[in-house]
Design a protein around this ligand. Structure first.
Ligand SMILES: [Zn+2]
Length: 206
C-alpha cells in the first residue's frame, strides 16, 4: 500500500506527498493522473442551425474543451459499456444549445439531459451572436482519457523529490469535472493494481 499525505486541498488544487516511490513509479503515477483517468467531454455535435461567424468545426472544438461534471459510478467508457460501444444512457449524454442574438453564448447555456452532467464553469464564452443570428445544436458527451485526446485530460500535475527519502511531493490541479481528491484516489488505485499485477507476473515466472 502506498502512503499518501495530503498537505492542502480545495475543489481545484491539491498538494500531497507519496512516500517510498521510485522515480519510475512517480512518473507513472503522474501519467495516470493526467492521461489514464476517464473524464467527460463533448465528442459529437449535430448542428441544426449556426448563423454565427464561426465555422461549425470551431464551435464544436470549443464545446469539446468545456470540462463537464459527471457521476463517476454511473458512467462507463463507451468501449467498456454493457451496450458494447453502441451508445446508451450509461455511456452517452445529450446536451442541447439554442440561443438567439444579440448575445454571447456561454457554457452555462448548454442544457443537459442529465442534471449531474453540466459545465464546471458557466462563463466560458463559446460564440457571439449578432442581431437575428441563431445557433441550435445537439451535442453528445462521453467519457474518454487524456491519452486519446487532450480534451479528456483529467489534471495537470507537477512533482519534486527529496532523493534520499524517496518522498515525492505532487501538485495536482484538476482540468476536468473531477475533484482533485477523486483523481488522486482513482490514480493510486490504478497504480497499485499495476504494481500488484507486475509482482504477480514476476512470481509466476519464477
Ligand atoms: Zn453504453
Amino acid at each position: 500500500m502506498l502512503k499518501v499525505k495530503i498537505f492542502e486541498k480545495n475543489d481545484e488544487k491539491m498538494k500531497f506527498m507519496v512516500s517510498d516511490l521510485s522515480l519510475g513509479m512517480a512518473g507513472e503515477l503522474r501519467r495516470i493522473m493526467t492521461s489514464e483517468i476517464s473524464t467527460m467531454a463533448i465528442e459529437w455535435v449535430n448542428f441544426i442551425k449556426n448563423d454565427s461567424l464561426l465555422w461549425d468545426e470551431i464551435v464544436a472544438h470549443r464545446l469539446g474543451l468545456i470540462p463537464l461534471t459527471f457521476d463517476v459510478q454511473f458512467y462507463s467508457l463507451k468501449k467498456e459499456c454493457k451496450c458494447k460501444d453502441k451508445g446508451c444512457a450509461h455511456c452517452e449524454v445529450t446536451l442541447v444549445l439554442k440561443k438567439k442574438g444579440p448575445c454571447i453564448v456561454y457554457s452555462g447555456d448548454l442544457k443537459s439531459t442529465d442534471k449531474k452532467v453540466r459545465p464546471v464553469y458557466d462563463k466560458i464564452p463559446i460564440v457571439e451572436l449578432n442581431e437575428e443570428q441563431e445557433i441550435e445544436l445537439e451535442a453528445t458527451a462521453q467519457l474518454g482519457t487524456g491519452r486519446e485526446h487532450a480534451k479528456w485530460q483529467a489534471s495537470v500535475v507537477g512533482y519534486k523529490t527529496d532523493e534520499k527519502k524517496k518522498d515525492f511531493t505532487f501538485n495536482l490541479e484538476t482540468a476536468s469535472g473531477l475533484k482533485p481528491e477523486e483523481i488522486l484516489t482513482k490514480s493510486i488505485e490504478t497504480l497499485e493494481n499495476k504494481l500488484n499485477e507486475l509482482s504477480k507476473r514476476l512470481s509466476d515466472s519464477k
